[in-house]
Ligand binder design. Structure first.
Ligand SMILES: [Zn+2]
Length: 482
Protein backbone atom coordinates (compact mmCIF):
# COMPACT_ATOMS: atom_id res chain seq x y z
CA UNK A 1 0.00 0.00 0.00
CA UNK A 2 1.17 3.50 -0.73
CA UNK A 3 1.06 6.00 2.12
CA UNK A 4 0.86 9.77 2.14
CA UNK A 5 2.38 11.82 4.98
CA UNK A 6 0.27 14.48 6.71
CA UNK A 7 2.38 17.06 8.54
CA UNK A 8 1.44 20.05 10.65
CA UNK A 9 4.02 22.31 12.30
CA UNK A 10 3.89 24.21 15.57
CA UNK A 11 6.59 26.83 15.75
CA UNK A 12 7.53 28.77 18.87
CA UNK A 13 9.34 32.04 18.22
CA UNK A 14 10.96 34.00 21.05
CA UNK A 15 10.06 37.63 20.58
CA UNK A 16 12.85 40.21 20.65
CA UNK A 17 11.33 42.47 23.28
CA UNK A 18 13.62 44.06 25.87
CA UNK A 19 11.54 42.85 28.80
CA UNK A 20 9.48 39.74 29.49
CA UNK A 21 5.82 39.38 28.57
CA UNK A 22 4.25 39.94 32.01
CA UNK A 23 7.00 41.68 34.03
CA UNK A 24 9.87 44.14 33.59
CA UNK A 25 12.70 41.57 33.79
CA UNK A 26 15.38 41.54 31.10
CA UNK A 27 14.38 39.06 28.38
CA UNK A 28 17.85 38.79 26.79
CA UNK A 29 19.39 35.38 26.18
CA UNK A 30 22.37 34.19 28.17
CA UNK A 31 22.49 36.09 31.51
CA UNK A 32 23.94 34.37 34.61
CA UNK A 33 21.63 31.65 35.95
CA UNK A 34 18.56 33.00 37.73
CA UNK A 35 19.73 36.62 37.58
CA UNK A 36 16.87 37.86 35.37
CA UNK A 37 13.91 37.06 37.59
CA UNK A 38 11.38 38.77 39.86
CA UNK A 39 8.38 37.70 41.99
CA UNK A 40 6.05 37.85 38.94
CA UNK A 41 7.99 35.53 36.63
CA UNK A 42 8.95 33.25 39.53
CA UNK A 43 5.26 32.87 40.32
CA UNK A 44 5.52 34.03 43.94
CA UNK A 45 2.15 34.44 45.69
CA UNK A 46 0.52 37.83 45.24
CA UNK A 47 2.64 38.95 42.25
CA UNK A 48 0.47 40.10 39.36
CA UNK A 49 1.19 40.09 35.62
CA UNK A 50 1.16 43.20 33.40
CA UNK A 51 1.03 42.61 29.65
CA UNK A 52 3.96 43.91 27.53
CA UNK A 53 2.53 46.18 24.80
CA UNK A 54 5.54 45.60 22.52
CA UNK A 55 4.97 41.82 22.58
CA UNK A 56 1.40 42.40 21.39
CA UNK A 57 2.64 44.67 18.59
CA UNK A 58 5.17 42.07 17.47
CA UNK A 59 2.45 39.41 17.37
CA UNK A 60 0.27 41.75 15.28
CA UNK A 61 3.15 42.33 12.83
CA UNK A 62 3.52 38.61 12.21
CA UNK A 63 -0.23 38.03 11.89
CA UNK A 64 -0.55 40.84 9.34
CA UNK A 65 2.62 39.80 7.47
CA UNK A 66 1.14 36.35 6.79
CA UNK A 67 -2.27 37.75 5.84
CA UNK A 68 -3.98 36.63 9.04
CA UNK A 69 -6.73 38.25 11.09
CA UNK A 70 -6.00 40.13 14.32
CA UNK A 71 -8.89 39.35 16.64
CA UNK A 72 -10.42 42.45 18.25
CA UNK A 73 -10.62 40.54 21.51
CA UNK A 74 -8.47 37.69 22.75
CA UNK A 75 -8.16 35.95 26.10
CA UNK A 76 -5.15 34.70 28.05
CA UNK A 77 -5.62 31.28 29.60
CA UNK A 78 -3.78 29.15 32.11
CA UNK A 79 -2.38 25.90 30.80
CA UNK A 80 -1.86 23.74 33.86
CA UNK A 81 0.92 21.21 34.11
CA UNK A 82 3.69 20.35 36.50
CA UNK A 83 7.32 20.60 35.52
CA UNK A 84 10.37 21.65 37.56
CA UNK A 85 11.08 24.58 35.23
CA UNK A 86 7.53 25.94 35.62
CA UNK A 87 7.38 27.45 39.12
CA UNK A 88 3.75 28.60 38.87
CA UNK A 89 2.47 25.16 37.89
CA UNK A 90 0.83 26.72 34.85
CA UNK A 91 1.87 28.58 31.75
CA UNK A 92 -0.05 31.67 30.66
CA UNK A 93 -1.02 31.06 27.06
CA UNK A 94 -4.02 31.60 24.81
CA UNK A 95 -6.52 28.87 24.11
CA UNK A 96 -9.95 29.28 22.52
CA UNK A 97 -9.54 33.00 21.73
CA UNK A 98 -6.04 33.59 20.31
CA UNK A 99 -4.80 36.99 19.14
CA UNK A 100 -4.53 35.83 15.52
CA UNK A 101 -6.15 33.33 13.17
CA UNK A 102 -5.83 32.19 9.55
CA UNK A 103 -3.29 33.56 7.07
CA UNK A 104 -0.70 31.45 5.25
CA UNK A 105 2.99 30.91 4.68
CA UNK A 106 3.74 30.97 0.96
CA UNK A 107 6.89 29.86 -0.86
CA UNK A 108 8.11 28.52 -4.20
CA UNK A 109 8.54 24.78 -4.66
CA UNK A 110 9.80 23.30 -7.94
CA UNK A 111 8.77 26.42 -9.84
CA UNK A 112 5.25 26.57 -8.40
CA UNK A 113 3.73 28.77 -5.69
CA UNK A 114 2.68 26.87 -2.56
CA UNK A 115 0.63 28.16 0.30
CA UNK A 116 0.32 26.44 3.67
CA UNK A 117 -2.62 27.71 5.69
CA UNK A 118 -2.31 28.72 9.33
CA UNK A 119 -4.81 27.82 12.02
CA UNK A 120 -3.73 30.29 14.68
CA UNK A 121 -1.02 32.53 16.04
CA UNK A 122 -1.02 33.15 19.77
CA UNK A 123 1.03 34.73 22.53
CA UNK A 124 2.32 32.88 25.56
CA UNK A 125 5.10 32.91 28.12
CA UNK A 126 8.12 30.65 28.00
CA UNK A 127 9.04 28.26 30.81
CA UNK A 128 12.46 28.05 32.49
CA UNK A 129 15.18 25.62 31.58
CA UNK A 130 16.39 22.47 33.30
CA UNK A 131 20.00 21.50 32.84
CA UNK A 132 22.49 18.92 34.02
CA UNK A 133 25.92 20.51 34.46
CA UNK A 134 27.74 17.26 35.14
CA UNK A 135 31.07 18.71 34.09
CA UNK A 136 30.81 21.41 36.76
CA UNK A 137 28.95 19.64 39.54
CA UNK A 138 29.41 15.92 39.75
CA UNK A 139 26.30 15.52 41.82
CA UNK A 140 24.09 14.46 38.88
CA UNK A 141 21.33 16.76 40.07
CA UNK A 142 18.96 18.57 37.81
CA UNK A 143 19.46 22.34 38.02
CA UNK A 144 16.98 24.90 36.92
CA UNK A 145 17.45 28.35 35.40
CA UNK A 146 14.39 30.65 35.57
CA UNK A 147 15.77 33.41 33.33
CA UNK A 148 13.64 32.16 30.46
CA UNK A 149 10.43 32.09 32.54
CA UNK A 150 8.13 34.72 31.08
CA UNK A 151 10.06 35.45 27.89
CA UNK A 152 7.41 36.18 25.24
CA UNK A 153 6.72 33.46 22.71
CA UNK A 154 4.67 33.53 19.56
CA UNK A 155 3.22 30.16 18.65
CA UNK A 156 2.40 29.71 14.98
CA UNK A 157 0.31 26.65 14.17
CA UNK A 158 -0.07 25.43 10.59
CA UNK A 159 -2.90 23.40 9.13
CA UNK A 160 -1.96 19.76 8.48
CA UNK A 161 -1.36 20.70 4.83
CA UNK A 162 2.33 19.84 4.53
CA UNK A 163 3.00 16.69 2.51
CA UNK A 164 6.77 16.12 2.58
CA UNK A 165 9.85 16.83 4.70
CA UNK A 166 11.13 19.12 1.95
CA UNK A 167 7.94 21.17 2.05
CA UNK A 168 8.29 21.43 5.83
CA UNK A 169 11.82 22.80 5.31
CA UNK A 170 10.62 25.39 2.79
CA UNK A 171 7.79 26.41 5.12
CA UNK A 172 10.21 26.85 8.04
CA UNK A 173 12.68 28.77 5.91
CA UNK A 174 10.05 31.27 4.78
CA UNK A 175 8.60 31.54 8.30
CA UNK A 176 12.00 32.25 9.82
CA UNK A 177 12.78 34.74 7.07
CA UNK A 178 9.52 36.59 7.74
CA UNK A 179 10.31 36.83 11.47
CA UNK A 180 13.78 38.15 10.64
CA UNK A 181 12.46 40.71 8.15
CA UNK A 182 10.01 41.93 10.78
CA UNK A 183 12.92 42.07 13.23
CA UNK A 184 10.84 40.39 15.95
CA UNK A 185 12.88 37.17 16.47
CA UNK A 186 16.52 36.23 15.87
CA UNK A 187 15.43 32.97 14.22
CA UNK A 188 18.34 31.21 15.90
CA UNK A 189 17.25 27.58 16.29
CA UNK A 190 20.42 26.48 18.10
CA UNK A 191 19.82 28.96 20.91
CA UNK A 192 16.19 27.88 21.02
CA UNK A 193 14.89 31.27 19.83
CA UNK A 194 12.94 29.33 17.21
CA UNK A 195 11.60 25.87 18.04
CA UNK A 196 9.65 23.54 15.86
CA UNK A 197 7.39 20.64 16.83
CA UNK A 198 6.09 18.48 14.01
CA UNK A 199 2.83 16.54 14.09
CA UNK A 200 3.27 13.63 11.74
CA UNK A 201 0.85 10.94 10.57
CA UNK A 202 0.46 8.85 7.45
CA UNK A 203 -2.61 7.56 5.62
CA UNK A 204 -3.21 5.39 2.56
CA UNK A 205 -3.17 7.57 -0.57
CA UNK A 206 -6.76 8.56 -1.40
CA UNK A 207 -8.04 8.16 2.16
CA UNK A 208 -9.65 11.26 3.67
CA UNK A 209 -9.37 10.32 7.36
CA UNK A 210 -6.13 11.13 9.16
CA UNK A 211 -4.01 8.40 10.69
CA UNK A 212 -2.85 8.48 14.34
CA UNK A 213 -0.30 11.24 14.75
CA UNK A 214 2.85 11.57 16.77
CA UNK A 215 4.64 14.74 17.76
CA UNK A 216 8.38 15.08 17.14
CA UNK A 217 10.29 17.70 19.14
CA UNK A 218 13.79 18.94 19.79
CA UNK A 219 15.05 19.70 16.28
CA UNK A 220 17.67 22.46 16.36
CA UNK A 221 17.97 23.30 12.68
CA UNK A 222 15.74 23.34 9.63
CA UNK A 223 17.72 20.48 8.10
CA UNK A 224 17.31 18.61 11.41
CA UNK A 225 13.55 19.12 11.24
CA UNK A 226 13.45 17.71 7.71
CA UNK A 227 15.47 14.67 8.79
CA UNK A 228 13.35 14.09 11.90
CA UNK A 229 10.12 14.21 9.87
CA UNK A 230 11.54 11.86 7.21
CA UNK A 231 12.63 9.49 9.97
CA UNK A 232 9.18 9.51 11.57
CA UNK A 233 7.38 8.94 8.24
CA UNK A 234 9.60 5.95 7.59
CA UNK A 235 9.11 4.57 11.11
CA UNK A 236 5.32 4.81 10.87
CA UNK A 237 5.29 3.29 7.38
CA UNK A 238 7.33 0.28 8.52
CA UNK A 239 5.11 -0.10 11.57
CA UNK A 240 1.88 -0.15 9.54
CA UNK A 241 3.34 -2.37 6.86
CA UNK A 242 4.31 -4.96 9.46
CA UNK A 243 0.75 -4.98 10.84
CA UNK A 244 1.44 -2.72 13.83
CA UNK A 245 -0.31 0.43 15.00
CA UNK A 246 0.98 3.95 15.58
CA UNK A 247 0.71 5.08 19.21
CA UNK A 248 -0.15 8.70 19.88
CA UNK A 249 2.95 9.97 21.63
CA UNK A 250 5.63 12.63 21.79
CA UNK A 251 9.08 11.74 20.48
CA UNK A 252 12.37 13.53 21.08
CA UNK A 253 14.65 13.87 18.06
CA UNK A 254 18.29 12.93 18.67
CA UNK A 255 20.37 14.69 16.03
CA UNK A 256 23.54 12.74 16.86
CA UNK A 257 21.89 9.34 16.64
CA UNK A 258 19.60 10.46 13.79
CA UNK A 259 16.65 8.82 15.49
CA UNK A 260 13.70 9.75 17.72
CA UNK A 261 12.86 8.33 21.15
CA UNK A 262 9.47 8.32 22.89
CA UNK A 263 9.30 10.95 25.63
CA UNK A 264 5.73 10.62 26.93
CA UNK A 265 2.29 9.75 25.73
CA UNK A 266 0.83 12.76 23.98
CA UNK A 267 -1.59 14.89 26.02
CA UNK A 268 -4.91 16.15 24.75
CA UNK A 269 -5.80 19.77 25.43
CA UNK A 270 -8.32 18.58 28.05
CA UNK A 271 -5.37 17.26 30.09
CA UNK A 272 -4.23 20.83 30.66
CA UNK A 273 -7.46 22.05 32.31
CA UNK A 274 -7.29 25.38 30.49
CA UNK A 275 -9.24 28.24 32.06
CA UNK A 276 -9.16 32.02 31.53
CA UNK A 277 -6.31 33.76 33.37
CA UNK A 278 -8.11 35.63 36.18
CA UNK A 279 -5.27 38.14 36.66
CA UNK A 280 -5.39 39.52 33.10
CA UNK A 281 -8.19 41.39 31.37
CA UNK A 282 -9.29 40.39 27.88
CA UNK A 283 -6.88 41.87 25.32
CA UNK A 284 -8.79 44.37 23.15
CA UNK A 285 -7.19 45.70 19.98
CA UNK A 286 -8.70 48.63 18.10
CA UNK A 287 -8.90 48.78 14.30
CA UNK A 288 -6.81 51.96 14.43
CA UNK A 289 -4.00 50.14 16.23
CA UNK A 290 -4.11 47.31 13.69
CA UNK A 291 -3.87 49.84 10.85
CA UNK A 292 -0.92 51.62 12.49
CA UNK A 293 0.94 48.32 12.75
CA UNK A 294 0.03 47.41 9.17
CA UNK A 295 1.56 50.69 7.96
CA UNK A 296 4.77 49.95 9.84
CA UNK A 297 5.37 46.61 8.07
CA UNK A 298 8.60 46.45 6.04
CA UNK A 299 8.82 45.01 2.53
CA UNK A 300 8.65 41.23 3.00
CA UNK A 301 10.95 38.62 1.39
CA UNK A 302 8.70 37.47 -1.48
CA UNK A 303 7.80 41.04 -2.47
CA UNK A 304 11.41 42.14 -2.25
CA UNK A 305 12.60 39.22 -4.39
CA UNK A 306 10.20 40.08 -7.20
CA UNK A 307 11.08 43.78 -6.98
CA UNK A 308 14.83 43.05 -7.15
CA UNK A 309 14.28 40.80 -10.18
CA UNK A 310 12.37 43.43 -12.13
CA UNK A 311 14.18 46.57 -10.94
CA UNK A 312 17.72 45.26 -11.55
CA UNK A 313 17.05 42.73 -14.29
CA UNK A 314 18.43 39.76 -12.34
CA UNK A 315 17.08 36.18 -12.57
CA UNK A 316 14.40 35.02 -10.09
CA UNK A 317 16.84 32.53 -8.61
CA UNK A 318 19.42 35.23 -7.82
CA UNK A 319 16.74 37.48 -6.37
CA UNK A 320 15.56 34.66 -4.09
CA UNK A 321 19.08 33.91 -2.86
CA UNK A 322 19.82 37.59 -2.25
CA UNK A 323 16.61 38.09 -0.27
CA UNK A 324 17.06 34.92 1.84
CA UNK A 325 18.72 37.13 4.39
CA UNK A 326 17.50 40.69 4.81
CA UNK A 327 21.02 41.97 5.49
CA UNK A 328 22.32 40.37 2.28
CA UNK A 329 19.58 42.06 0.24
CA UNK A 330 20.50 45.37 1.92
CA UNK A 331 24.15 44.75 1.03
CA UNK A 332 23.23 44.15 -2.62
CA UNK A 333 21.12 47.30 -2.87
CA UNK A 334 23.77 49.43 -1.15
CA UNK A 335 26.41 48.12 -3.58
CA UNK A 336 24.19 48.95 -6.54
CA UNK A 337 23.96 52.50 -5.19
CA UNK A 338 27.73 52.74 -5.86
CA UNK A 339 27.93 50.66 -9.04
CA UNK A 340 24.83 50.79 -11.22
CA UNK A 341 25.02 47.41 -12.99
CA UNK A 342 22.70 45.19 -10.92
CA UNK A 343 23.42 42.02 -12.89
CA UNK A 344 27.21 42.27 -12.50
CA UNK A 345 26.86 43.20 -8.83
CA UNK A 346 24.55 40.27 -8.22
CA UNK A 347 26.92 37.86 -10.00
CA UNK A 348 29.83 39.02 -7.87
CA UNK A 349 27.90 38.74 -4.60
CA UNK A 350 26.38 35.35 -5.51
CA UNK A 351 29.79 33.83 -6.27
CA UNK A 352 32.69 35.63 -4.58
CA UNK A 353 31.02 37.23 -1.55
CA UNK A 354 28.90 34.21 -0.60
CA UNK A 355 31.92 31.93 -1.00
CA UNK A 356 33.97 33.99 1.46
CA UNK A 357 31.07 34.07 3.94
CA UNK A 358 30.67 30.32 3.70
CA UNK A 359 34.39 29.54 3.98
CA UNK A 360 34.78 31.76 7.03
CA UNK A 361 31.40 30.95 8.60
CA UNK A 362 30.56 34.63 8.98
CA UNK A 363 27.46 36.66 8.24
CA UNK A 364 27.28 39.56 5.81
CA UNK A 365 27.16 41.99 8.75
CA UNK A 366 30.66 40.85 9.77
CA UNK A 367 32.06 40.94 6.23
CA UNK A 368 35.13 43.20 5.92
CA UNK A 369 34.37 44.50 2.43
CA UNK A 370 31.58 47.07 2.72
CA UNK A 371 29.21 47.85 -0.18
CA UNK A 372 30.93 51.12 -1.18
CA UNK A 373 34.30 49.33 -1.40
CA UNK A 374 32.85 46.50 -3.51
CA UNK A 375 31.09 49.03 -5.76
CA UNK A 376 34.35 50.91 -6.29
CA UNK A 377 36.17 47.72 -7.26
CA UNK A 378 33.46 46.68 -9.73
CA UNK A 379 33.61 50.15 -11.29
CA UNK A 380 37.39 49.69 -11.77
CA UNK A 381 36.74 46.43 -13.67
CA UNK A 382 34.13 48.18 -15.78
CA UNK A 383 36.55 51.02 -16.61
CA UNK A 384 39.28 48.51 -17.61
CA UNK A 385 41.67 49.67 -14.87
CA UNK A 386 41.85 46.08 -13.64
CA UNK A 387 40.85 42.84 -15.35
CA UNK A 388 38.22 40.43 -14.05
CA UNK A 389 41.00 38.03 -13.10
CA UNK A 390 42.96 40.66 -11.20
CA UNK A 391 39.75 41.71 -9.50
CA UNK A 392 39.56 38.29 -7.87
CA UNK A 393 43.08 38.67 -6.53
CA UNK A 394 42.46 42.22 -5.35
CA UNK A 395 39.20 41.12 -3.76
CA UNK A 396 41.05 38.46 -1.72
CA UNK A 397 43.37 41.19 -0.44
CA UNK A 398 40.42 43.44 0.37
CA UNK A 399 38.90 40.61 2.41
CA UNK A 400 42.19 39.93 4.19
CA UNK A 401 43.29 43.52 4.87
CA UNK A 402 40.11 45.60 4.77
CA UNK A 403 41.88 47.97 2.34
CA UNK A 404 40.14 49.44 -0.70
CA UNK A 405 40.82 48.28 -4.24
CA UNK A 406 42.38 51.66 -5.07
CA UNK A 407 44.83 51.40 -2.15
CA UNK A 408 45.80 47.86 -3.14
CA UNK A 409 46.31 48.81 -6.77
CA UNK A 410 48.42 51.85 -5.77
CA UNK A 411 50.79 49.84 -3.59
CA UNK A 412 51.03 46.64 -5.65
CA UNK A 413 50.99 48.13 -9.15
CA UNK A 414 48.25 45.67 -10.05
CA UNK A 415 46.76 47.64 -12.92
CA UNK A 416 45.71 46.28 -16.24
CA UNK A 417 47.82 46.97 -19.33
CA UNK A 418 45.42 48.16 -22.02
CA UNK A 419 47.54 50.58 -24.02
CA UNK A 420 48.88 49.40 -27.40
CA UNK A 421 52.25 51.06 -26.71
CA UNK A 422 52.85 48.54 -23.94
CA UNK A 423 51.01 45.58 -25.48
CA UNK A 424 52.45 45.54 -29.02
CA UNK A 425 56.09 44.91 -27.99
CA UNK A 426 54.99 41.96 -25.86
CA UNK A 427 52.89 40.45 -28.64
CA UNK A 428 55.59 40.98 -31.25
CA UNK A 429 58.08 39.21 -28.98
CA UNK A 430 55.70 36.25 -28.53
CA UNK A 431 55.24 35.96 -32.31
CA UNK A 432 58.98 36.26 -33.01
CA UNK A 433 59.94 33.59 -30.47
CA UNK A 434 57.35 31.06 -31.65
CA UNK A 435 57.84 30.99 -35.41
CA UNK A 436 56.99 27.26 -35.56
CA UNK A 437 53.61 27.71 -33.91
CA UNK A 438 52.89 30.78 -36.05
CA UNK A 439 53.43 28.73 -39.21
CA UNK A 440 51.18 25.93 -37.93
CA UNK A 441 48.48 28.41 -36.98
CA UNK A 442 48.56 30.15 -40.34
CA UNK A 443 48.57 26.73 -42.00
CA UNK A 444 45.17 25.95 -40.48
CA UNK A 445 45.63 24.90 -36.84
CA UNK A 446 43.19 27.50 -35.50
CA UNK A 447 43.15 26.04 -31.98
CA UNK A 448 46.68 27.40 -31.44
CA UNK A 449 45.23 30.89 -30.99
CA UNK A 450 44.78 30.21 -27.28
CA UNK A 451 48.47 29.39 -27.00
CA UNK A 452 49.43 32.90 -28.17
CA UNK A 453 46.95 34.51 -25.78
CA UNK A 454 48.37 32.42 -22.94
CA UNK A 455 51.98 33.35 -23.74
CA UNK A 456 51.11 37.04 -23.90
CA UNK A 457 49.30 36.92 -20.58
CA UNK A 458 52.24 35.07 -19.02
CA UNK A 459 54.73 37.67 -20.23
CA UNK A 460 52.59 40.50 -18.89
CA UNK A 461 52.27 38.70 -15.55
CA UNK A 462 48.53 38.46 -16.05
CA UNK A 463 48.13 42.22 -16.41
CA UNK A 464 47.44 42.48 -20.16
CA UNK A 465 43.87 43.38 -21.10
CA UNK A 466 42.68 40.08 -22.64
CA UNK A 467 40.19 41.74 -24.95
CA UNK A 468 42.81 44.01 -26.54
CA UNK A 469 45.34 41.13 -26.65
CA UNK A 470 42.83 39.12 -28.68
CA UNK A 471 42.29 41.97 -31.14
CA UNK A 472 45.99 42.65 -31.61
CA UNK A 473 46.85 38.97 -32.07
CA UNK A 474 44.13 38.56 -34.74
CA UNK A 475 45.50 41.58 -36.63
CA UNK A 476 49.06 40.32 -36.52
CA UNK A 477 48.55 36.59 -37.12
CA UNK A 478 45.86 36.93 -39.77
CA UNK A 479 43.21 34.31 -40.47
CA UNK A 480 44.34 30.64 -40.43
CA UNK A 481 44.04 28.83 -43.76
CA UNK A 482 40.71 27.04 -44.17
ZN1 LIG B 1 10.23 38.93 36.12
Amino acid sequence: MKYEPVIGLEVHAQLLTNSKIFCGCNAAYGGGHNTQTCPACLGLPGALPVLNRRAVEFAMKMILAVGGRVNPESIFARKNYFYPDLPKGYQVSQFDKPIGEEGAITFREDGADRSIGLIRIHLEEDAGKSFHPETVHEDHNTWVDMNRCGVPLLEIVSKPDIRSPKQAGLYLTRLRQTLEYLNICTGNMEEGALRCDANVSIRPVGQEKFGTRTEVKNMNSIRGAERAIAYEIERQTKLLESGGQVQQQTLLWDEKAQSAHPMRSKEESSDYRYFPEPDLLPLRISTAWVEDVRKSLPELPAARASRLASQYGIPDYDATVLTDDRALADYFEETVAHFKDGKKTSNWIMTEVLRVLKDNLISIQDFAVRPDALGEMLAMVEAGTISGKMAKEIFEQMVATGKSAKEIVATSGLTQISGDDALIPIIDAVIAENAGQVAMYRGGKAALFGFFVGETMKRSQGRANPKRVNELLRERLGEPAA
